[in-house]
Design a protein around this ligand. Structure first.
Ligand code: PLP
Length: 388
């Protein structure tokens, strides 16, 4: 029998993160710093609002773009927190997570062979989503020297006549780095000069620890050339709800809505009711989680540096990206041996693309006890393996 799988999908590599999760899941006593999701459960008032929507019989589809009440709350939230304005009627779509938002953004803007610049190391889905939409991902390697922040001159050097968009993630997965206003302005200058679109993944916007999050869409003349992707998974601890949103100027939003209405119809109705409550009354919970992550970040960065895993202080998200250079191992070897010898799961930096090798990603979205336990084990590992 012939294979029915398309050539394009055959060429896609499975996510490198999965292999470690599967391995870790098959072992007892593992402390996992591998997962990229909050260890908090969703605030109860959000759950209640969703349950109540079911009790009231709200079990049908919503408008394709999502409940108008939720879209209005999203608009109000973005305006009051990040100073960027959208029209709830024509410029917002509620999506099935930021994941689906990214997918419809790529499919709506990319023609065959259009290039999308991605600062790597990056979230594992970016390059595959660009390829699946028929585009070509172009990786730009960021480095520890600049705390893994994309530099304007690097961006300029990567631009070709085929470049259509820049995919930007701040706060960043996997490095935790954030781009502040000044750094974003430098990038925006190049973006405007070459008439590019920015797809801004701001899913970790709420988790910015040292300064308020700055959205590139809020900069002068950037709103019209930005697709803003965000959602509820990280800041509101709602990964399993599968709810995100995408905002852009009307022409782009209506293009994305065409794909969304055929491929998805709408995001889950009960989750949308929960999200209204999250935006209206969830700020205290978000702040509580943010402070807790901040404490853990400070602890893990200090501890990793003490045991020989050199690490910059990331400004956001819940990841640290220490260097493993002192061990002389590849990141795969380090992650595999750390798991086998000390039962701590981390993710090898190499799975995040260019510039990731030589590093590991540790998530600190785990309890303080788990983090302390992991550090004890990692210290033992480093004492055995660190080249003095
Ligand atoms: N973007 C980044 C940078 C992420 O790290 C993730 C999840 O890990 C997503 C998007 C997907 O988020 P969602 O759960 O909203 O689909």
């Amino acid at each position: 029998m012939r294979s029915y799988v398309s050539k394009q999908v055959k060429q896609l590599k499975p996510s490198g993160i999965r292999r470690f999760f599967d391995l870790a899941a098959s072992m007892d006593g593992v402390i996992s710093l591998g997962v990229g999701e909050p260890d908090f459960v969703t605030p109860w008032s959000v759950c209640e609002a969703s349950i109540s929507s079911l009790e009231r019989g709200h079990t049908s589809y919503t408008a394709n773009a999502g409940l108008m009440e939720l879209r209005k709350e999203i608009v109000f939230y973005l305006q009051s927190h990040f100073h960027v304005r959208y029209d709830a009627q024509s410029e917002v779509i509620v999506t099935v997570g930021a994941s689906q938002a990214l997918d419809i953004a790529m499919r709506a803007v990319l023609d065959s062979e259009d290039e999308v610049i991605i600062a790597e190391p990056s979230f594992v889905s970016y390059a595959p989503l660009v390829s699946l939409a028929g585009g070509r991902p172009v990786a730009v390697e960021t480095s520890i020297e600049h705390e893994f922040k994309l530099q304007a001159d690097q961006l300029e050097n990567a631009i070709s006549p085929k470049t259509k968009a820049l995919l930007l993630c701040s706060p960043n997965n996997p490095t935790g780095s954030i781009l502040n206003r000044k750094e974003l302005e430098e990038i925006a200058r190049v973006v405007k000069k070459y008439d590019l679109l920015v797809i801004a993944d701001e899913i970790y916007a709420e988790l910015s620890y040292d300064e308020p999050h700055c959205s590139i869409a809020s900069l002068e003349e950037m709103r019209e050339r930005t697709i803003l992707v965000s959602g509820f998974s990280k800041g509101f601890a709602m990964t399993g709800w599968r709810l995100g949103y995408i905002c852009a100027p009307e022409e782009l939003t209506q293009a994305m809505l065409k794909i969304h209405q055929y491929a998805m119809m709408c995001a889950p109705t009960m989750a949308q009711y929960g999200a209204i409550e999250a935006l209206q009354n969830g700020q205290e919970d978000v702040e509580h989680m943010r402070k807790s992550y901040r404490r853990r970040r400070n602890y893990i960065v200090e501890s990793l540096n003490q045991i020989g895993l050199d690490c910059h202080m990331p400004g956001g998200a819940f990841y640290v990206f220490p260097s493993i250079a002192r061990t002389g191992m590849t990141s795969e070897e380090f992650a595999e041996r750390l798991l086998m010898e000390e039962r701590v799961a981390v993710v090898p930096g190499s799975v995040f693309g260019k510039g990731g090798e030589g590093h590991i990603r540790c998530s600190y979205a785990s309890s303080m006890e788990a983090l302390q336990g992991a550090i004890v084990r990692m210290q033992r590992f480093m004492e055995r393996n660190c080249r003095k």
